[in-house]
Write a protein that binds this ligand. Structure first.
Ligand code: MG
Length: 158
């Protein structure tokens, strides 16, 4: 059996924060603000996986009122999500992630991002797609107030 999932997330940009996307630190003058490392792309992916299995969302699994997740490495949280999926009888099949950001140019980091996600999920590199787009300077992403990310995935029975 295969099932489909979708996730999306938004984080505000701020000075004095690292920019972490799909587990990769991207050099930039601004970083994303959040309780964890604020990896907006990995958060969207986790919600897609949880959604596919109807296991809730990351807010339920990793509450931002819980200090265990303060500054958390989202790639580690992704590993926990994949474990939860396995307990429910599923594994990730493939995924496609889109990061919406005006700046910086993300193309040089895309392959490393795919590698990090594939390793964390225990699936082949060619089952993981990461893309980036701008919004032609429109909206909060275009105005560099924040970034958003969207993810879809398929999961299959173990
Ligand atoms: Mg988030």
């Amino acid at each position: 059996m295969i099932r489909i999932g979708h996730g999306m997330d938004v984080h505000r940009l701020a000075e004095g924060r690292k920019l972490i996307l799909c587990g990769v630190e991207v050099p930039h003058t601004l970083g994303l603000l959040g309780h964890s490392d604020a990896d907006v792309a990995t958060h969207a992916l986790m919600d897609a996986l949880l959604g596919a299995a109807a296991l809730g969302d990351i807010g339920k699994l990793f509450p931002d009122t819980d200090d265990r997740y303060l500054g958390a490495d989202s790639i580690h949280l992704l590993e926990i999500v994949v474990d939860q999926l396995a307990k429910a009888g599923y594994r990730p099949s493939n995924t496609d992630v889109t990061i919406v950001a005006q700046k910086p140019k993300l193309r040089p980091y895309i392959d490393e991002m795919r590698k990090r996600l594939a390793q964390a999920m225990g699936i082949p590199l060619d089952a993981v797609s990461v893309k980036a787009t701008t919004t032609e300077r429109l909206g909060f992403e275009g105005g560099e107030e924040g970034m958003s990310a969207h993810a879809v995935c398929l999961i299959e029975s173990l």
